[in-house]
Design a protein around this ligand. Structure first.
Ligand code: NAD
Ligand code: UDP
Length: 320
């Protein structure tokens, strides 16, 4: 990376950069004129997500596990490394907690040494199975500390603690966003999240698997909107630390989602009902007042439009 770009403070490190959100972020940062160092151990990330960036002189890929220290020179750190789907983060729960906690310590240590700004991709899971609806940032959450989702939820909560302690103790410039369910092209086809599952099942003519009665709700944000919110957060003034919810407040039941996907794909698949996983949150909807007022951000893409883009993507990759 050149000394000229160093003067512009636009050298970005994206941990988890070959994952779903990370690869879209790399694209947008390159478009905005950044030099991008994508750091990923490829646990859930896919090389095909960043294949189009290989050869770009402003893009570098480094295969590295963030639970180990890293010594590089950058101006901004975007800490996204962590498996995000329940089947992946439950595959090796100890490693999931280590990724959130040791990963945060290593990235915060790097930010402290460099005086770099650092953004944490936190999650609505810090609210657990919420008893306040919609969720505002001052709600402390309702999280099981010893269940199958705890490795992710508590790991992310501890990472937030570390971010705010590095800020108070070492004046590290932090930015914490709490991301609500996000979907779009480059989701892993086998990661078990509901949008990718239903689309892949519909396109293959398989049964759509609703867990429980399908009355649980989620609010789905299209990836382009999410990345826009993330970038606004990083570019906000230093006094804006967050946490700030970033998500789409329009709430749907899983039955509504399944029916919408069946309609958009024209699939003849049936809907089947399977047991609900333990500790599955019953409802989730972000209150985005803070994002609206502080960042001037709100999502623009309607669910049907975002689903159409996502369905086209899965048609392409399943076809090949
Ligand atoms: P993803 O699984 O596609 O991406 C995560 C990336 O992190 C992958 O590329 C993976 O290989 C990498 N990774 C995992 N462990 C690592 C380690 N120890 N060292 C280096 N790299 C590692 O998931 P995503 O949906 O892109 O999520 C990105 C971030 O956003 C995650 O931190 C997740 O918790 C957060 N988030 C996502 C959502 C969502 O709906 N997509 C919602 C809330 C929070
Ligand atoms: N879900 C479902 N069928 C699936 C996958 C998930 O009904 O094939 C449900 C799941 O039980 C949850 C919701 O969809 O209530 C969202 O699940 P996802 O794993 O996408 O995200 P999270 O639970 O982390 O919000």
């Amino acid at each position: 990376m050149s000394s000229v770009s160093a003067l512009l403070e636009n050298r970005s490190l994206v941990s988890g950069g070959s994952g779903f959100l990370g690869s879209h972020l790399c694209d947008r940062l390159l478009e905005a004129g950044h030099d991008v160092l994508c750091v990923d151990n490829l646990f859930t990330g896919q090389k095909r997500n960043i294949a189009h960036l290989i050869g770009n002189p402003r893009f570098e890929f480094l295969r590295h596990d963030v639970t180990f220290p890293l010594f590089v020179e950058v101006d901004q750190i975007w800490n996204l490394a962590c498996p995000a789907s329940p089947i992946h983060y439950q595959h090796d729960p100890v490693q999931t907690t280590k990724t959130s906690v040791h990963g945060a310590i290593n990235m915060l240590g790097l930010a402290k040494r460099l005086g770099a700004k650092i953004l944490q991709a936190s999650t609505s899971e810090v609210y657990g199975d919420p008893q306040v609806h919609p969720q505002t940032e001052d709600y402390w959450g309702h999280v099981n500390p010893i269940g199958p989702r705890s490795c992710y939820d508590e790991g992310k909560r501890c990472a937030e603690t570390l971010f705010f302690d590095y800020h108070r103790q070492n004046q590290v410039r932090i930015k914490v966003i709490r991301i609500f369910n996000t979907y779009g092209p480059r989701m892993h086809p086998n990661d078990g999240r509901v949008v990718s599952n239903f689309i892949v099942q519909a396109l293959k003519g398989e049964d759509l698997t609703i867990y429980g009665e399908g009355l649980q709700t989620r609010s789905f944000c299209y990836v382009d909107d999410l990345i826009d919110g993330m970038m606004r957060m990083m570019n906000s003034s230093d006094d804006v630390t967050g946490p700030i919810n970033v998500g789409n407040p329009t709430e749907f039941t899983m039955i509504q989602l399944a029916e919408t996907i069946l309609g958009l794909t024209g699939s003849a698949s049936r809907i089947v009902f399977l047991p609900i996983p333990q500790d599955d949150p019953r409802q989730r909807q972000p209150d985005i007042t803070r994002a609206r007022t502080t960042l001037g951000w709100e999502p623009k893409v309607q669910l049907e439009d975002g689903l159409k883009e996502t369905i086209s993507y899965f048609r392409r990759i399943l076809g090949s």
